[in-house]
Design a protein around this ligand. Structure first.
Ligand code: UDP
Length: 316
C-alpha cells in the first residue's frame, strides 16, 4: 500500500547521484517524489522508474517556492550543477540553488516536520592546506574565483541548514561528498573521469590539465549511496565526509583508463591547468567509520570496469 510507506522528496532526482538515490530508496520500500528542473539532469536517468506506482516525478526549479502535497518524512536535497564547467556556465543558478533552493527546502522541512539531508561537498575545503581533509578543517576557498559560486553556495547551504537546526530544532543531516564516479555520469559534463573515458573510447587525446600531478580520491557510486543512506538513518547532525580515501594523481587515472579501454589511437594530451584547481584532495573518513560503520568496499579496478561498460554503451 503506497500510502503507508515513508515518503521522501529527492531534489536533483534526474541527476547522477539523485537518480541512484531514487533507486535505493525505492528498493528499500519508500515512496519517492523526485524533483528536477533538468538543467543538468536527464530524464533518461529515471525513466525506468516511471511505471513504479511508488515513484512520482515533479518538474520544478527549487529556487521557486516548493509545494508538495501530503506528508513528507524525509527530504534529500541533491539539486545543483556539480561539475566545474557547469558552474562556470551557470554561476547564478549554482548560487541560487544552494542558497534560495536550500532555504525553500528547509522551510518545507519545517512545515512538514521532515528530516532533511543536504548534499554538501569536499569543495567546502577549497584548495586544502590540510591533507587529508577531516570535517574539522575550515577550508581554503577563494570566494570570487571561478569555483567560488559553487564552494560558497555550499558553505552557505551548510550554514543556513545548521541555523535551522539550532534555532528551529530542525532534524538535519549534512553529507560532504568527495569525487564520485559510476554509471549515469554525463558523458560531456567536463569532469575528468567521463572526459577520459569518452576520449579513450573515441580514440582521442585524454585532456590532462596541468602536469597531471594533482590528486583526487574517487569513490564508486554504490558505496557513496550506501554511506548517504546510513547517514540519513543515523542520529548524527554534524557534517560527515563520504568518499573513498584511495588517492591517485590525475595522470595515473588517465593512464589506467587508457589501459582499460585499450584503444591504440588514444593518448595523453596535456592542457593548461584551470585557475584555483585544488592540488590535492583526500577524505578523512574516520567519522563515517565511527558514526555510521561505513567504509567504501568497491576497489578502483572493479569500479572503473563497471563504469567502462556504461560509457561503452553511451559514447557515440
Ligand atoms: N581534469 C583534467 N582533464 C579534464 C577534466 C578535469 O585533467 O578533462 C582535472 C581537473 O583539473 C582536476 C581533476 O581532473 O584537477 C578533477 O577534475 P574534475 O572536474 O573531475 O573534478 P573536481 O574534483 O576538480 O571538481
Amino acid at each position: 500500500m503506497s500510502s503507508q510507506k515513508k515518503r521522501v522528496l529527492i531534489t536533483g532526482a534526474a541527476g547522477f547521484l539523485g537518480s541512484h538515490l531514487c533507486d535505493r530508496m525505492l528498493a528499500d520500500g519508500y515512496h519517492v517524489i523526485g524533483m528536477d528542473n533538468l538543467l543538468t539532469g536527464s530524464i533518461s536517468n529515471i525513466e525506468h522508474l516511471f511505471p513504479d506506482p511508488n515513484f512520482e516525478y515533479y518538474h520544478h526549479d527549487v529556487t521557486k517556492f516548493v509545494h508538495v502535497p501530503g506528508q513528507l518524512d524525509y527530504i534529500m536535497h541533491f539539486a545543483s550543477p556539480a561539475s566545474p564547467i557547469d558552474y562556470l556556465k551557470m554561476p547564478i543558478q549554482t548560487l541560487k540553488v544552494g542558497s534560495l533552493g536550500t532555504h525553500n527546502l528547509l522551510g518545507l522541512a519545517k512545515e512538514k516536520k521532515s528530516r532533511i539531508l543536504i548534499a554538501s561537498t569536499s569543495e567546502v575545503y577549497g584548495d586544502p592546506l590540510v591533507h587529508p581533509q577531516s570535517e574539522e578543517y575550515w577550508g581554503n576557498v577563494n570566494p570570487i574565483g571561478p569555483r567560488g559560486v559553487y564552494d560558497e553556495a555550499k558553505r552557505f547551504q551548510e550554514a543556513i541548514t545548521m541555523a535551522y537546526h539550532t534555532f528551529h530544532g530542525l532534524d538535519i543531516r549534512i553529507v560532504r561528498i568527495f569525487n564520485t564516479y559510476g554509471p549515469r555520469m554525463r558523458v560531456n559534463d567536463g569532469r575528468a573521469l567521463p572526459a577520459f573515458f569518452s576520449q579513450a573510447i573515441r580514440g582521442e587525446g585524454l585532456t590532462v590539465f596541468g602536469d597531471g600531478s594533482q590528486t583526487r580520491s574517487f569513490c564508486y557510486v554504490d558505496d557513496l549511496i550506501d554511506g548517504i543512506y546510513r547517514l540519513l538513518h543515523s542520529d548524527y547532525t554534524y557534517p560527515v565526509n563520504i568518499g573513498n580515501p584511495d588517492e591517485i594523481t590525475i595522470l595515473q587515472l588517465a593512464e589506467e583508463i587508457l589501459e582499460i579501454v585499450g584503444n591504440p589511437d588514444a593518448h595523453i594530451d596535456y592542457r593548461p591547468l584551470p585557475k584555483d584547481d585544488p592540488k590535492v584532495r583526500q577524505p578523512d573518513i574516520t567519522k563515517a567509520k565511527d558514526k555510521l560503520g561505513w567504509y567504501p568496499k568497491v576497489e578502483r579496478s572493479e569500479g572503473l570496469r563497471k563504469t567502462h561498460m556504461y560509457f561503452k554503451s553511451v559514447v557515440q
